[in-house]
Design a protein around this ligand. Structure first.
Ligand code: ADP
Ligand code: MG
Length: 610
């Protein structure tokens, strides 16, 4: 009998290997997103059709590839990220095994267009089942676009094994979120069957988290930060009262890679132990930074389990970091409610300094050299009339002081000339019927009127729903509105919240509702149109943003009722808009995360005249 052992052809070996790396559309999405990040892109688009089964396309504006590299990238163990085995212990990029592209090329029809920034022409490659079909120069923008069509077209067993579209889409969303959560400085958009699922602008981490899990969560996040020589822990935890009955929002990242770690999860749950009821789970987004040599990287690329050499120490540090963050939060929130502004801000020198009545420092944290109490604006001014707002009170007590409030990564300085005595000559100007320009201590502040009003209305509506204090005004003549079947269903589902906003609304059968009253401050008289627009907006948000019902409704109402760009404002209107804005909890960002204010510093202005 002749010899029977043969080497498998590359295409077969690749197909077998592909089974390990690419198990489902979600794994291909993960690999390609990570390649985009590794390539240094700061804008990444993900386009999928049929939960990735028909099409996955990722477009990045990263470094791109030369024609030769583009061809090479599909070879197995072809990588630009490691050269020697030693590199394995220093690896900081996401991929390094050089298997992803070879794998997808083995089991799909793949089209690559890529161009380096310095090249005039890009290259276009079509490859199918590991066979190169064509490679040609092409005109394309700098960066890389990779299209994967008909995943598993040549592996029917795999294809048949895929779950329903919603289940596969869920996996893709999970992978997408895990990547988006470690790259807030990269803008992402994500489309499924032509619909926007996520639109994430570059932002700070806290805003990115809120954009992903629902903007109502922004206020519910507490910062965690602790640096030791074993591990650096940063990130956010949800306030204890935002704990949920499902384990949904628990994320660990180690060196910017999502990991699962039941042991460390226990450390966090321990820290929350006596603060949340049994059966509830804390929300957390915690980022561990450790020396790569301390992590066992000899792990499967698709596995999310890792081993830390020093896991017991990390456990203790993590627990204490979370504890410290909760302690700090409880301290600052007590101060907020006691209205002890004085403790939050520096007092003017000529005023007596009142010693804070705290003898034990719950904020003490052995790992931080100089713990800084969090600087906060007083809570809950929004929705009240502005002369009584937290902002007003704040400035009365703060003549000749500079206040700095930090919101995400923007810092805004509002100076004493913004205090109430001098308000009359503060001066407001409208620019392009779109922006309000006013003077602040540090320069000129420009406020986007529409975004500002959206923020004000959003907090006001949210407050009404939360406090159950919507005020209705009886309609002289009740109006009937007739909606589509699906909108009717939605109104029925939301009728509790809609009533809290101040609508007196009654189902009348046959998709009809009678409106007996509307929110007292609503000037809109076409209720039908308003409702339809609000519901439309609500549904759009529901698809992409996973907002909770209250925030979604408040946001949709705010969006529809906010003053538009293009509307001329009277000085008094500008003044009350600005007052109301700074009474908001988050005056710097619109509900959808757009900046509301920009400051041109005095310095910048001076420089222009040098
Ligand atoms: P790995 O990421 O493990 O190196 P891949 O198969 O994912 O392996 O990619 C192979 C190589 O192709 C990478 O090392 C990189 O040099 C190049 N590459 C892949 N995707 C991109 C991209 N989007 N932009 C630039 N280069 C890329
Ligand atoms: Mg890769």
């Amino acid at each position: 009998m002749s010899d029977i052992i043969r080497l498998l052809p590359d295409s077969v070996a690749n197909q077998i290997a592909a089974g390990e790396v690419i198990q489902r559309p979600g794994s291909a999405v993960k690999e390609l997103l990570e390649n985009g990040i590794d390539a240094g892109g700061d804008n990444i688009e993900l386009i999928i059709k049929d939960a990735g089964k028909t099409l996955i396309q990722i477009i990045d504006n990263g470094c791109g590839m030369s024609p030769t590299d583009a061809r090479m990238s599909f070879e197995r163990h072809a990588t630009s990220k490691i050269k020697t085995a030693d590199d394995l212990f220093r690896i900081r990029t996401l991929g390094f095994r050089g298997e992803a592209l070879a794998s997808v090329a083995a089991i799909a029809q793949v089209e690559l267009k890529t161009k380096r920034h310095e090249d005039a022409l890009g290259t276009h490659i079509i490859i199918e089942g590991s066979t190169l079909k064509s490679q040609q120069p092409c005109a394309c923008s700098a960066g890389t676009s990779l299209m994967i069509k008909n995943l598993f077209f040549n592996v029917p067993a795999r294809r048949n094994f895929l779950k329903s579209d919603p289940a596969e889409l869920r996996h893709i969303i999970d992978e997408f979120q895990r990547v988006a959560l470690v790259n807030p400085d990269v803008a992402f958009s994500f489309y499924n069957n032509g619909k926007v699922l996520f639109q994430l602008p570059k932002s700070g981490l806290k805003q990115r988290i809120a954009n992903i899990i629902g903007s109502g969560s922004y206020e519910k996040l507490i910062a965690v930060s602790q640096e030791t020589n074993v591990v650096k822990v940063t990130g956010f935890i949800g306030k204890p009262e935002s704990a949920r009955k499902t384990k949904g929002e628990q994320y660990f990242f180690a060196n910017n890679r999502y990991i699962r770690h039941p042991y460390l999860n226990h450390a966090v749950e321990e820290a929350f132990h006596d603060l949340i009821p049994d059966g509830y789970f804390p929300t957390y987004f915690l980022y561990l930074d450790v020396d790569p040599a301390q992590i066992d990287i000899n792990i499967h690329p698709t596995k999310t389990e890792v081993n830390f050499q020093d896991h017991q120490t990390i456990y203790a540090i993590l627990r204490s970091a979370v504890r410290a963050a909760i302690g700090k939060f409880s301290l600052s929130s007590t101060l907020d409610f006691d209205a002890e502004q004085s403790f939050n801000f520096n007092f003017p020198k000529d005023k007596p300094i009142v010693a804070p009545g705290i003898t034990v420092n719950p904020d003490f944290n052995p790992f931080v050299k100089n713990p800084q109490p969090e600087l906060r604006l007083p809570a809950g001014g929004a929705g009240k009339n502005s002369s009584n707002s937290g902002w007003e009170r704040l400035y009365e007590g703060m003549q000749h002081q500079e206040t700095e409030y930090q919101q995400d990564n923007q810092t805004i300085l509002i100076g004493a000339d913004f205090g109430s005595n001098e308000r009359a000559d503060r001066g407001f100007m409208q620019f392009q019927n779109r922006y309000i320009v006013t003077k602040v201590k540090s320069g000129l502040m420009i406020i986007d009127q529409q975004a500002a009003h959206e923020r004000i209305l959003f907090e006001r509506f949210l407050d009404r729903i939360d406090q159950k204090k919507g005020m209705a005004q009886q309609q002289l003549f009740p109006q009937t509105v007739k909606l589509s079947a699906s909108d009717t269903e939605l109104v029925n589902e939301l009728i509790g919240e809609i009533s809290l906003l101040g609508f007196i609304i009654e189902p009348f059968g046959h998709n009809t509702f009678i409106i007996n009253g509307t929110p007292a401050d609503l000037s809109e008289n076409n209720i039908q149109e308003l409702l339809e627009n609000v519901l439309e907006n609500y549904k759009k948000n529901q698809l992409g943003l996973k907002l909770d019902r209250k925030s979604n409704l408040a946001r949709s109402m705010a969006k529809n009722l906010a003053v538009r760009a293009g509307k001329t404002l009277m000085t008094e209107e500008m003044q009350s808009l600005v007052d109301d804005l700074f009474a908001c909890k988050v005056p710097g960002l619109s509900p959808s995360g757009k900046p509301i204010t920009a400051v041109i510093s005095a310095e910048d202005i001076e420089k222009r005249f040098l």
